[in-house]
Design a protein around this ligand. Structure first.
Ligand code: MG
Ligand code: ZN
Length: 235
């Protein structure tokens, strides 16, 4: 292939792919496209059964598991709930959640730092979809790539802890782009951390004006009902 330049005296060196050579970026585009197709499939499958699914994202230690557990204990009288727990290797979170007495499927991703729609498809095979109203999907604790992999959920909840510092939101803009609700968690220790939860809320509002922001403390039960309400899960 001949590259067209602007005719400088010394031609610019050009690197081009050999026939059939695969680029990382090309591979990534294919993976993301295939993931999107499977996510749409999952969404259709859940929608046809009237099941809502919440993809819960946030870093390790932000309080995703505690918030899910708090919501389940408030909702399980009225809704049939299941949980898909994503983790690299452990079952710690599933063990905590299953104490609520709801069906829980563990997905261990091995080396992957995010859940993908294919893993969710396989997890759905293990759940009694005919008798469920709501599925919480706890994503792997990671702030970057879960945002790029839709799973087929119909809403996203992002959990941010004040212990992650004042710049957590602005440094991870992609996470907030598609969030329906953002929980600013552990507000009971905000002043000890020297972090203003209102600053984090304002950062979220700038990135995604449509997201609802709720200040929460699972330890004290603060804000949990409001998260449920903003997610539209209460009947
Ligand atoms: Mg967790
Ligand atoms: Zn990843």
């Amino acid at each position: 292939m001949v590259a067209v330049g602007i005719g400088l005296a010394k031609p610019v060196e050009v690197v081009t792919p050999a026939e059939g050579e695969v680029f990382d970026v090309e591979l990534e585009v294919n993976i993301l496209r295939e993931n999107e197709r499977l996510a749409e499939e999952n969404k259709g499958r859940l929608g046809s059964k009237g099941i809502h699914a919440v993809d819960v994202m946030g870093s390790v230690g932000s309080g995703k598991t505690s918030l899910i557990k708090s919501m389940i204990s408030r909702l399980k009288q009225d809704l049939r709930i299941a949980v898909i727990e994503g983790d690299v290797t452990t079952t710690i979170d599933s063990d905590i959640i299953s104490s609520e007495g709801v069906p829980t499927v563990q997905v261990n991703t091995g080396k992957e730092c995010h859940l993908d729609a294919n893993l969710i498809r396989k997890a759905l095979d293990k759940l009694p979809l005919g008798s469920l109203d709501l599925i919480f999907i706890e994503n792997v604790g990671n702030l970057i790539c879960p945002a790029e992999f839709p799973l087929g959920s119909d809403r996203r909840l992002v959990v941010v802890s004040v212990t992650e510092g004042p710049y957590m939101v602005v440094k991870h803009p992609m996470m907030f782009r598609d969030a329906k609700v953002v929980a600013i968690n552990k507000i009971d220790v905000a002043s000890a951390m020297g972090v203003d939860p209102n600053k984090l809320s304002a950062d979220v509002a700038r990135l995604n004006p449509k997201a609802a922001t709720v200040h929460t403390s699972c330890r004290n039960g603060i804000g949990v009902n409001e998260v449920i309400e903003k997610l539209g899960l209460n009947r």
